[in-house]
Design a protein around this ligand. Structure first.
Ligand code: SF4
Length: 323
């Protein structure tokens, strides 16, 4: 009996039209996400990592059913979330939730945090009205807040506490999939660790599947079972977290790993500086899009785009070095 993959992305591409420069006749198009295919198994965490502007947030919105792809599809337990039945589409707001980097902008400053969390229960008419407050106060306690915080307002809390509120709100409809988009990037390192541990505990308790997006490979490595590395809209490597940290194949992944700070007593500088600037997605280089920054560039890399290869079992890479 075959087991259906929990979430599957099939050749997902998303383009945007951009304003033409003066006197230019050719329409300009930006490909933010280019032919991305990957799978997430139930109850696991997929980490998606890459520099700012690589298309991670666009992909997050497509997966969270907030932005349609230009082509390709996303299957949730075998059903298309973009071309599936009305029944599937109607279930998505309850099944898929998103946690953003900045909880301040997603919480209404004039509403108590309890009311903000409860709003989704009211809109979807979940449970009896008098029972909803109890659901919310239980959730507040589960994420490390207190029941009496229900009546307090967002400005009364620290950044870490507000992110706990955002997590409680993402859980209130009992989803099975959560997309965390740079969810801990704005927090201090010690608070980051607490929130990451909380997310890990909740995953076990609620049977959640996560897509965890960050520019920081160290953070992604801490919580993920598998990792996808993205560069200028394309996946360049996809494998288990263990394989990626033990044997990264793509020169870009190797560069990200070298940049992870390793504190050494007595040394002021930590981490290795990254090479070169990321090219504009509007003027992508010919051949391999990474060739302008790659230390192992070969003549073929400047002319021919590499193919997506499975080099070892479940270890995929986009690079001529392994062809
Ligand atoms: Fe570097 Fe060539 Fe591999 Fe691109 S294809 S990452 S330029 S070696």
């Amino acid at each position: 009996m075959s087991i259906t993959t929990f979430l599957e992305l099939k050749n997902v591409t998303r383009t945007f039209s951009v304003e033409q420069p003066l006197l230019s006749k050719a329409p300009r198009e930006l490909t933010a996400v280019n032919d991305v295919s990957l799978r997430i198994e139930k109850g696991t965490t997929l980490g998606l990592v890459g520099e700012s502007g690589c298309g991670k947030s666009t992909l997050a919105k497509i997966v969270a059913h907030l932005l349609p792809p230009s082509s390709g599809d996303v299957l949730l337990e075998g059903e298309s979330i973009w071309h599936g039945s009305r029944e599937v589409t109607h279930s998505l707001p309850r099944r898929i939730q998103m946690i953003f980097q900045d909880p301040v902008s997603s919480l209404n400053p004039r509403k108590s945090i309890g009311k903000s969390i409860q709003e989704a229960l009211d809109v979807h008419r979940v449970g009896k009205p008098r029972e909803r407050k109890k659901v919310v106060t239980d959730l507040l306690e589960r994420v490390g807040m207190r029941a009496e915080h229900y009546a307090r307002y967002p400005h009364e809390f620290s950044g870490g506490q507000r992110q706990r509120v955002a997590i409680a709100r993402s859980l209130v409809l009992n989803p099975d999939f959560i997309v965390c988009d740079e969810a801990v990037s704005a927090l201090d390192v010690s608070v980051q660790a607490q929130v990451l541990n909380l997310l890990t505990d909740l995953q076990t308790d609620f049977g959640l599947t996560y897509m965890f997006i960050s520019h920081d490979l160290a953070v992604v490595g801490h919580v993920s079972d598998t990792i996808a590395v993205m560069y200028l809209g394309r996946l360049v490597e996809f494998t288990s977290t263990q394989a990626l940290f033990d044997n990264a194949l793509h020169p870009y992944t190797q560069m990200l790993l070298e940049a992870i700070p390793i504190p050494v007593p007595g040394r002021r500088s930590i981490g290795t500086p990254q090479h070169g600037d990321i090219p504009s997605p509007l003027t992508l280089p010919e051949g391999c899009p990474f060739h302008t920054r790659c230390r192992r560039v070969m003549p073929v890399c400047r002319e021919v785009a590499p193919q997506w290869l499975e080099v070892e079992k479940n270890h995929h890479v986009l690079c001529h070095l392994y062809a």
